[in-house]
Design a protein around this ligand. Sequence first.
Ligand code: ZN
Ligand code: ZN
Length: 368
Amino acid sequence: MNDQISTRLAAVRQKMTEWQVDGLLITSPANYRWLSGFTGSACTLLVTAERAFLGTDFRYWEQARQQAPHFELVKMGRTADLTSLPQMIQQAGVNVVGVEGNQMSIIQFRELENKLQNDEKADPVALEPLKETVEVLRHIKSTAELDAIRRAAAITDWAMSQVNEIVRPGISERAVAWELEKMMRERGADGMAFEVIVASGPNAALAHHRPSERPIQAGDSIVVDMGARLNGYHSDLTRSFYVGAEPDEQFQKVYGLVLEAQTAALEGIRAGLTGKQADALARDVITAAGHADDFGHSLGHGVGLYIHEGPNLSVLNEEALPVGAVVTVEPGVYLPNWGGVRIEDLVLITETGIEFLSHCPKEPVIRY
Ligand code: ZN
Ligand code: ZN
């Protein structure tokens, strides 16, 4: 039996008291995987103070038995249509069931609510949409989770270190992206954390540019942003480059500023700062240099079972960063018609500051 699952169930049950629900319905993949161990594509968990149910369809009955021994298996017809759900909830004997407000559709919510309220043979059950559920607990990573993230980060580091071997004037962004993807797969990645971003020249001004057929040219700035997926976990890394032996003045200025902003953040981030305070560490440097409007995204995000999850390093996050969270630190400056620079590292928040999970050097000049 996996003890980690017992610990997680206990933590969720404690939260349920806080949320004032006596049942919790979980249907989002990262949340049900984290809470039960089940990795299939269709699943509904129902957790009560005493019991834990896992509903899935025929395809997964055996897998669910093996992966989620802490849960009582409920054999569902088709998982998506919610028909067996009211029965599962009534069987659990609960009064108020919390649902993932960011996950369940309005149609599903109303349908389920109707059935639970209007069944004459059973006591009515209320549904409570919750803004956050299990994902808050996922912010703090376990040793096993950190191990998967570290391995994904090492694969990404290695591929990034090959960029200066791959990039030559004339090669297209798409060709570079494909080489990098192949390298990560060959080194053991299950897949990409997201589509590899290679943005060259003026395209580098677009923070989430998709690789195009544009041939890379001497004098370009290039932003490469990529990550590997391993065992369900992700990594995320960005480096920026200049193609040619002598970076021009504009590149040196922008690169120097972004690096200075990132260094300030990496040196200042520690547990207890709010996401907003962490964001300000880098943003203040960029604002002081007159580029406030050219840094239009937040400083960073959590990484785990999702490539983008909490906690966010963002002006919108007033919560304190916990020890054990894995976040990116990725300031950028983007100038329309010229290009852009972003530098991103993956770090673990520790008792004393941060620990780097990415170890790729920052060597921006591609000599060819
Ligand atoms: Zn990234
Ligand atoms: Zn990122």
